[in-house]
Design a protein around this ligand. Structure first.
Ligand code: GRF
Length: 206
């Protein structure tokens, strides 16, 4: 059973999907901590409702210094004995100290098919580009933002009448299914990272 922390800034619907999945005793990870940079966020309320310990580390209390912020996050994760970290709508970029502290053990969900539409406005950018298919990417967090090894992707159709909000909602529905599954596979060590790519263990080399 892996000790899992979820980092979230927003409403926490992905956190909820993870909490729901982890309620199954067969799930290979236990959510031992929800950490947010936003006091009062929906994610914290969901954690409290589920009886999961919470911590808040704000950007401002570290003077907007990314390294100091990351150091505090890493110390908090360590103090809870965390082994696996997932970013579920965590709107802060961690410095490389976090990647070194948790090598190949931080996963993120991104609301687009990477490497397209990196950054915080993926749905707006997909609509502006006029793509007909966008989607979800679950990837390992690396030093470069939205660029770590991809673990899984799923497509989502872009509709003619989509707004960024409507597209985001359909993408989230897919994330809620995909992300908890990928986290479980990662926790069970079904994947490995080789040469900047992921592959299922035991398969022939790419
Ligand atoms: C998700 O769509 C995620 O991909 C993005 O932020 C959103 C978080 O939503 N990074 P929620 O807080 O889980 O509802």
């Amino acid at each position: 059973m892996k000790r899992l922390a979820v980092l979230a800034s927003g409403s926490g619907t992905n956190l909820q999907a993870i909490l729901d999945a982890a309620a199954d005793p067969a799930y290979p990870a236990a959510v031992v901590l929800v950490l947010s940079d936003k006091p009062g966020s929906g994610a914290l309320s969901r954690a409290e409702a589920a009886g999961v310990p919470t911590e808040v580390v704000t950007w401002d209390e570290h003077g907007g210094d990314r390294r100091a912020f990351t150091k505090a996050v890493v110390e908090t994760l360590r103090s809870h004995g965390v082994e696996l970290v997932v970013l579920a709508g965590f709107m802060r970029i961690l410095s490389e100290e976090a990647i070194h502290a948790f090598p190949n053990a931080i996963l993120n969900t991104h609301p687009a098919l990477l490497p397209s539409f990196k950054g915080a406005h993926a749905c707006e950018d997909a609509l502006e580009a006029g793509v007909k298919i966008s989607g979800v990417t679950v990837h390992v967090v690396d030093v470069e933002v939205d660029a770590g090894p991809i673990v899984a992707q799923a497509p989502v159709e872009v509709r003619d009448d989509d707004t960024p909000e409507s597209l985001q909602e359909r993408i989230k529905a897919v994330e809620h299914d995909l992300f908890p599954k990928v986290i479980a596979e990662w926790a069970r060590a079904e994947w490995e990272v080789v040469g900047g790519r992921t592959r299922r263990r035991g398969r022939v080399p790419i």
